[in-house]
Write a protein that binds this ligand. Structure first.
Ligand SMILES: [Zn+2]
Length: 200
């Protein structure tokens, strides 16, 4: 290696060293500003749930055809034994671990529907309507999806059943919602299911 090459090598080494140092400084700066987000706390989750309630209460009442006042007093609590969230009376239990790993406000809207509706009957032939209306309202809040299929076999399928009558026949939608609220199965429910399935 001649002197010229030696000088060139020294310059290259210095430039490499400067570049390396710059990269380290940059990585340090990026590191400062990208501290991993800490998981949601119990207090934050309860506050978020309260905010979701304030934001969606009016729409839930409208779609359930329930008066806005007197207000149903809903409380939230942390419940580690429920898989996601569950309503008991007017209390909604939330699984903190689930919400620490899932951004799922729709699950809270679904429970708010149960808490406001206070449907009196959750029997084998009625559950799908209770879950269907809850997931239908979650969908209307733009926090859920629908599925096509037999409404008696799944939440999202039942939600699609409610959505169908909401869009196509206001009187039938009203009759369905009134029936869930009262816990009285409509005498023509099988026909309504058949008519819905025939539209697919
Ligand atoms: Zn439910």
């Amino acid at each position: 290696m001649n002197q010229k090459n030696v000088n060139t090598c020294l310059v290259e080494a210095r430039l490499t060293s400067i570049t390396f140092s710059f990269k380290r400084i940059w990585a340090f700066i990026v590191g400062i500003f990208s501290v991993p987000k800490s998981p949601i706390t119990e207090e934050q989750l309860l506050q978020d749930a309260e905010d979701i309630l304030q934001q969606h209460r009016m729409q839930v009442c409208e779609l359930l055809m329930k008066p806005l006042t007197p207000k149903v007093e809903i409380t939230f609590s942390i419940n580690g034994t429920t898989p996601i969230a569950a309503t008991s009376g007017t209390n909604i239990g939330l699984n903190l671990q689930y919400f620490q790993t899932h951004d799922d406000p729709g699950a809270i809207v679904h429970e708010i529907v149960h808490a406001i509706e206070q449907a009196p009957d959750y029997t084998g032939e009625f559950w799908w309507m209770i879950e269907g209306i809850a997931d239908f309202i979650r969908y209307k809040a733009e926090l859920g999806t629908l599925d096509r299929g037999d409404p008696r076999h799944g939440y999202k399928e039942a939600a699609d059943f409610f959505n169908h009558y909401y869009n196509s026949d206001a009187e039938k939608y009203k009759a369905l919602v009134t029936s869930v609220n009262a816990g009285v199965l409509l005498s023509n429910i099988d026909q309504l299911v058949q008519d819905y399935l025939a539209t697919g």
